[in-house]
Design a protein. Sequence first.
Length: 494
Amino acid sequence: MFPPLDPNGPNGFFGLDSSFSHEGEAADLVVFGEIPKELNGTFYRIMVDPFYPLQEGNAPIEGDGNICAIRIKDGRADLKVRYVDTERLKLERQANKRLFGLYRNPFTHHPCVRAAVDSTANTNLVFWAGKLLALKESAMPYHVHLDTLETLSYDPFKSPGKTFSAHPKVDPFTEELVVFGYEAKGLGTEDIVIYALDKQGAIHDEQWIKSPWPAFIHDCAITPNFIILVLWPYDADVEHMKKGGQHWVYNKDRPATFIVVPRRPNNLPAGWKSGESRVYFWEHAVLLHTAGSWEVTAENGDIKLYFESSRIFYNVFPTMGPPTDNPFGDFKADYVKWEIDLTKPANTKVADPTVILDMPGEMARIDERFLTKPYEKLFCPVIPPGKQGPIPPILPIGLHAYALLDKASGKTEMFDPGSGCTIEEPIFVPRSKDAPEGDGWVMGMIQRLDVNRSDLVVLDTKNFAKPVAVVQLPFRIKGQIHGNWVEALPDEGA
Ligand SMILES: [Fe+2]
């Protein structure tokens, strides 16, 4: 049993705090085992790494975005770490102090910078249309260089609206990036923009809808014909922000809510009117992130949508909500499959979901070559039942083992790095372009809190319980929010 530690916080040097930050490079990292020679690309992780100490009261999703790129080729690994050079970070570096206050509350920022883009670009890194995008849902993407990690531009696609989700989805069959932005007409607005970017980055199928309230819409799911927006039970209230309050306030009275929208406004599914979106809901829960999603059309044309997500019964951001002595309750959470029956009228409750992993799980990934289709293999960071981790079992920071769920057999294999570790969102890389679904490698960063080090593990999905390689970083690195694998470009592959 280890004392509770914040993986991004001080780590106990005689009680002295340190806000460590890194930029730099390290070549030819120590590798135990063998990195498969087929792996040729870069694992881009985006870390929350406040360059200046944050204003007190910020949730752990605030802090400057710092990119950790681990380049893998010929069984070797190199590391590069560089901040996203956001407008915000530039201003603060010029002033050499913190100028920005609470997450997404301009009224708490220094008056001189209230008109600046306050995005930290710290949530996700997505490669699309030849561009690596550093994303935060409060603003537009920053375009960063694939190799140097230099920040090249802001809003590279000249997107509509004012915001761009950190979780756009790639439809691998239509080769589109499906994008949404909420609070898309400004702070606290109910306006949502939805569109797709083609392979060249051109915008099409733009449409605007309204949210039932200014809700935290962090993730979505896509099927061949629909996008499902997943609303978290938090409220945004500009008057509350003006008083110095949080952007989000947890609302126990809100149900888990879904907005279903046809992806192609100029080619609507049968029974849908132009401009129509449909809201469905369940009971109160926080569905942090989605995994797979697909749709089934019956012979009579009736459509059911399916997607999977975590289901969490507590406020994952205690600073964003009414103070309470016991914000997490009994830490109840699991991983589930939802069904949305589109024959049911809008504004009705969906059926109880099916539990697919009966343990707390979050940040799950799939073989994304199959996104929008039914699939079998889920790679899910979990808190295994009966096992004590190094920090309390709060999602998503308390995750400490990787589960490989084969949905066909119901069998779950587990990689457990040991009781002193926390783990992060994994990536999946197929063994080859034509490999069967789920056949390949899962990689993820292990935070070794027991020895104050970070290790990247490479797991073969054919033998999941033991890594084929462990890449040892030369120092403890900050925790990531999300990350993605980008295959080497053809001219780099030789
Ligand atoms: Fe996320």
